[in-house]
Design a protein around this ligand. Structure first.
Ligand code: ATP
Ligand code: NCN
Length: 203
């Protein structure tokens, strides 16, 4: 009886943290939108914006300095204390997500992480280093994004992990679920994109 109570106590103290990795070149309302959706729908306490030193698949040309991207992330998230921009990958010495996650899990044994990404990245994730390891390490929430969803849901990653997909109505349990597990969060789309902002469209 005593043992049961203390186990419950431990799980109540657990904090669930969403990780939104990105270039944030610059940060925009789309990032804010999916972070708030994640906090609410996945029942998270915090979302960390992992402002990437350099996306291994993106060109260095046109990539603003990390300090500028951090400043933009801080400005956009300023109104919401649950959202925390960080350049922690610099301190961890990682640019590959699988490595970042392995280190974060080791450094923060009392936190439970969930990887957050837009549906464009579900299409691309099979090109990431050790991508299957990412599915094994943390639950993954994929957010709806204009134009990408149907390709994402018929793509290699969605197909390979189709049996590990939690339906939307169960997304509130995603953070506590044992990987591999993922969910497609399709409540409301947001049209913003950094590419559009850089090219002078409204984003
Ligand atoms: N409007 C959006 N809806 C859903 N997910 C988004 C949206 N904007 C960004 N994301 C997600 O946020 C993460 C970080 O995105 P990133 O910083 O690359 O912005 P981006 O707008 O996709 O940039 P770019 O256009 O330069 O590729 C990625 O997982 C991306 O899919
Ligand atoms: O690990 C990889 O091989 C890898 C390849 C491409 C992108 N990522 C990560 O994916 C996240 C989204 O990147 P971006 O540039 O699309 O915003 C960011 O955290 C990147 O570090 C990771």
């Amino acid at each position: 009886m005593k043992k049961k109570r203390s186990r419950q106590g431990r799980s109540q103290r657990r904090r669930y943290v969403g990780l939104l990795g990105g270039s944030f070149n610059p940060a925009h309302d789309g990032h804010l939108h999916i972070s708030r959706e994640a906090l609410k729908r996945l029942r998270l306490q915090e979302v960390w914006w992992l402002v990437s030193p350099q996306n291994p698949l993106k060109d260095r040309e046109g990539m603003a300095p990390l300090a500028d991207r951090m400043a933009s992330a801080k400005a956009v998230s300023a109104g919401d204390r649950r959202i925390r921009p960080t350049d922690i990958e610099v301190k961890l010495g990682t640019t590959y997500t699988a490595q970042t996650l392995a280190k974060l899990i080791r450094h923060y044994p009392n936190l439970r992480f969930v990887w957050l990404m837009g549906s464009d990245n579900l299409i691309q994730i099979p090109r990431w280093r050790d991508w299957n390891k990412i599915f094994m390490l943390v639950p993954i929430a994929v957010f709806t994004r204009p134009t990408y969803d149907s390709r994402a849901l018929s793509g290699k990653a969605a197909q390979r992990y189709r049996r590990c997909r939690l339906p939307l109505y169960a997304a509130g349990r995603l953070a506590q679920s044992r990987p591999p597990v993922w969910s497609f969060v399709s409540f409301r789309r947001h049209p913003a994109s950094a590419t559009a902002i850089r090219s002078g469209e409204s984003g």
